[in-house]
Design a protein around this ligand. Structure first.
Ligand SMILES: NC(=O)c1ccc[n+]([C@@H]2O[C@H](COP(=O)([O-])OP(=O)(O)OC[C@H]3O[C@@H](n4cnc5c(N)ncnc54)[C@H](OP(=O)(O)O)[C@@H]3O)[C@@H](O)[C@H]2O)c1
Length: 324
């Protein structure tokens, strides 16, 4: 099968199309024909050898796909040849075919086309788990979403609104803030300009925000943590800035707040039933039109390098998806 291959860890520019063998299925596995593949920041990190998982090169990146089941291994229940599915694969998605275990599959809901479905599971799965299980977000609370125009950021805005929260979207340009507002954010703030903390104070009447959703890290942690309300929850989601910040422990004491880690992939492995329930709710919200991925760009598989460069160049709005 044809795939976009990483032959050695390094810059995304080194990726090139090539052939991978089509392995025989082990018990519990299924083979999918890939229709589309979502592009996520972890794909950039995995190619550079900077992610938690380090697959042996040559491998294809690509952590989530939509497609059709073309072969079912022994001991697989709930999926048949011809089923339309979504799979979260960690890597391997930038390819014509994917072999994965059935526990990584979801039936694609009728409300979603293949391209939308390829850009759904990772970002919405992460943001729902973050806001519901990790933050226990309550209606009426205020959520500050950092990196608000990016993949997980847009999902966080839409989900927080659907849960009845007030959303302050924070991003690095006026253009991205306008985009975040179009996704339902009530207020916006540019964190690259002076007066970031003053603006948050003003927007919350001096009280601070109840929840911070942070997929960016770096220098943003300190002023954002200082802008929290009593009993707040600071969600550590990722480090798109490239810098893992240190947390000043004294601030958590002074603010009476919690700093809470979010690791959706591990949550999925540890608590699969709760994750499945999350997806039932997410698919219902999608069918009701209350959440919807914004696919701002699609590229054919052969142009995966350009798609990854959009993310690493800080230029992505919503989701970028590859069509296969
Ligand atoms: N914890 C989990 O389970 C989990 C799951 C999925 C993803 N993640 C993590 O979440 C983060 C975001 O992923 P994503 O797919 O949403 O990425 P994305 O679409 O590229 O969004 C990342 C945002 O970060 C901001 N940013 C700040 N500095 C940046 C830089 N130097 N390079 C790139 N972006 C920068 C950008 O917004 P501005 O330009 O507005 O600042 C951008 O919109 C990643 O670190 C990823 O690993 C974590």
């Amino acid at each position: 099968m044809r795939a976009m291959l990483c032959r050695a860890y390094g810059p995304v520019d080194d990726l090139a199309m090539g052939e991978l063998p089509s392995p025989a299925l082990a018990p519990g596995e299924v083979r999918l024909r890939v229709a589309a593949c979502g592009v996520n920041f972890p794909d950039v990190l995995i190619v550079q050898g900077k992610y938690q998982f380090k697959p042996e090169p040559p491998f294809a990146p690509g952590g989530e796909v939509s497609g059709t089941v073309v072969e079912v291994g022994a001991a697989v229940e709930g999926f048949r040849v011809g089923d339309a599915v979504i799979a979260t694969t960690l890597w391997g998605g930038f390819a014509e075919e994917v072999v994965t275990t059935a526990d990584r599959l979801l039936h694609r809901p009728e409300s979603m086309d293949e391209v939308t479905a390829a850009g759904f599971a990772l970002t919405y799965g992460t943001s729902y788990h973050a806001l519901v299980q990790r933050a226990a977000l309550a209606p009426g609370e205020t959520v500050l979403v950092l990196g608000a125009a990016g993949g997980v950021g847009v999902a966080a805005i839409q989900i927080a609104k659907a849960l009845g929260a007030r959303v302050i979207a924070a991003a690095g340009s006026a253009d991205k803030l306008a985009f975040a507002r179009a996704q339902g954010a009530d207020e916006t703030v540019n964190y690259t300009e002076d007066g970031y903390r003053d603006r948050l104070k003003e927007l919350t009447g001096g009280r601070g925000v109840d929840v911070v959703y942070d997929p960016v890290g770096g220098d943003l942690l300190d002023p954002s943590l200082r802008s929290m309300a009593w009993n707040g929850r600071y969600l550590v989601v990722g480090f798109a800035s490239g810098e893992i910040p240190r947390i000043p422990a004294n601030l958590t004491l002074l603010k009476g707040c919690s700093v809470v880690g979010v690791f959706w992939g591990q949550f999925r492995r540890n608590e699969p039933e709760l994750d499945a329930e999350n997806f039932r709710r997410l698919f219902a919200l999608h069918a009701e039109g209350r959440i919807s991925p914004v696919i701002s760009a699609t590229f054919p598989l052969e142009r995966a390098r350009e798609a990854l460069a959009v993310l690493s160049g800080r230029a992505a709005k919503g989701k970028v998806v590859l069509t296969v």
